[in-house]
Design a protein around this ligand. Structure first.
Ligand code: URP
Ligand code: ZN
Ligand code: ZN
Length: 478
């Protein structure tokens, strides 16, 4: 087994930072040593196979992106990153685990949906991966099948209050699924938007000739997110289900979560980089020579980008500071403009919903450290430690400590990352939602279970390095 020493760096955790060397033996971290690699007064650096010099750099637990959609069939097409391309891109950006969503559709068996996802991912991933289960058809069969999921290492499921006719669950179905959540300890993840009402608004806008991508954001008004978030909270309260609301973008939805948490309810929320940085006016309303007003299609996702005039972005950053929101995931669901987003030319309702960001989350959130929005420790907490705790991976993942998997990122705060199109990103997309973003930091080295998979800009990993993660229950259950 290879031994590796990461020396001279500042080890950052969710609770503090310390000057320490990290000793890795095979796939695991075995010790944190005093600077100078001293263990009980003895210098151990001479005996290791490899030394990574992290002087002046941060040494952090690998990022965990708990919300991705590789190869998701959606919006009349399929998300453009495969498990191979998407996880390789994630690795480049310092993410060493993803949790993707296996899909069960109405009329399909949960077991078959899960098996199909294992088939897509097995042998293809660059980094470790787990699954949540989308339940797109809540009925007696799927409710029974859900109870067996924790034994498979699937300890969370997602329901949709949006997308009628696709993944939508009505309140009766949500109530029944939440009862399973209460009984089993599985976390209920909720896409909280009032889909039926949104569809009416969208139809009325389209009939009035308002067909540009911008109107996607108008139809999916924040009131629709606030209302659904409140409804999900009340159904969770009634059933006793633990609730995790995904891709929160409206400040009013955060207020609902904060209100419920203040009352002692076990509810959580994630936001995504797009809701921190991007907006209805600047992105959904964008126009270019190439695409005209259809340029905004690049940023069509749900929940939608919100108004900067209404200061939703500021509210998201604030909620991350105050712990009204606990995590940042990407909701990585990439589509190319050519042949994919183009499906919605002339009708925003037909634009496949999704943005690709899996490669940039760690950098984009680090930029929040640079600008003073969050602390260094909170960066690690939001992107790695809490995801591990929330989704039953903590101890193995999300922390640098003896016994943990050696998923480690050496991050250079004096480095620089320019995000552009094509050669500067590794996602399988013909554009970037983040083109032009400049990051005052750089992912230098990435280890996945002790193997160096990224060294500078060089990828040293291989398809199939990543293993399936059987997850335990959330640490946040009460
Ligand atoms: O626009 C999005 N979010 N696409 C992916 C599916 C979902 O709702 O998470
Ligand atoms: Zn969703
Ligand atoms: Zn999603």
């Amino acid at each position: 087994m290879t031994t590796t020493l990461i020396s001279g760096g500042t080890v950052v955790s969710a609770t503090g930072r310390t000057e320490a060397d990290v000793l890795v033996d095979g796939e695991r971290i075995v010790a944190l040593l005093e600077p100078g690699s001293r263990l009980l007064g003895t210098d151990v650096s001479a005996g290791v196979d490899r030394v990574i010099d992290a002087t002046g750099k941060y040494v952090i637990p690998g990022g965990i992106d708990a919300h991705t959609h590789m190869q998701l069939p959606f919006g009349g097409t399929e998300a453009s990153d495969t498990f191979e391309t998407g996880t390789r891109a994630a690795a480049h950006g310092g993410t060493t685990s993803i949790i993707d969503f296996a899909v069960q559709r109405y009329g399909e068996r949960v077991q078959d949906g899960l098996a199909a996802w294992h088939e897509k991912a097995a042998g293809n991933c660059a980094i470790d991966y787990g699954f949540h289960q989308i339940i797109g058809g809540v009925d007696a069969d799927s409710l029974a099948a859900m109870r067996a999921l924790p034994d498979e290492g699937i300890t969370s499921f997602k329901l949709f209050m949006a997308y009628p006719g696709v993944f939508y669950s009505d309140d009766a179905q949500i109530l029944k699924a939440m009862q399973v959540s209460r009984d089993t300890g599985m976390l209920t993840m909720m896409h909280a938007e009032n889909g039926p009402a949104i569809d009416v608004l969208a139809e009325q806008l389209a009939e009035a000739g308002k067909t540009d991508p911008y109107y996607h954001g108008i139809a999916r008004a924040w009131e629709m997110e606030e209302e659904a978030t409140h409804r999900a909270i009340m159904l969770a309260k009634l059933t006793g289900a633990p609730l995790y609301v995904v891709h929160v973008s409206a400040k009013q939805a955060v207020e609902q979560l904060a209100w419920a948490r203040d009352k002692g309810q076990n509810v959580y929320g994630e936001t995504c980089p797009q809701y921190l940085y991007l907006s209805l006016e600047e992105q959904l309303g964008a126009s270019s020579d190439e695409w005209g007003a259809f340029e905004g299609a690049k940023w069509v996702c749900s929940t939608p980008l919100r108004s900067r005039e209404e200061r939703h972005q500021d509210a998201m950053w604030q909620a991350l500071r105050t712990n009204d929101l606990q995590m940042v995931s990407t909701d990585h669901c990439p589509f190319c403009m050519k042949d994919q987003k183009e499906l919605g030319l002339g009708d925003f309702r037909k634009i496949p919903n999704g943005i690709g960001s899996v490669e940039h989350r760690m950098d984009l959130m680090y930029q929040g450290v640079v600008t003073g929005e969050i602390t260094l420790e909170r960066w690690v907490e939001l992107t790695s430690t809490t995801p591990a705790r929330m989704f039953g991976l903590y101890g193995r993942k999300g922390v640098i400590q003896p016994g943990a998997d050696a998923d480690v990122v050496v991050y250079d705060p004096n480095g620089h990352t320019s995000i552009g199109v094509g050669k500067t990103h590794h996602m399988n997309m013909d554009h970037s939602a983040w083109e032009g973003y400049e990051i005052d930091g750089h992912v230098d080295t990435v280890l996945s279970r002790g193997k160096v998979i990224v060294d500078g800009d060089q990828y040293l990993g291989a398809k199939g390095d990543g293993r399936f993660l059987k997850r335990g229950l959330s640490q946040y259950l009460i």
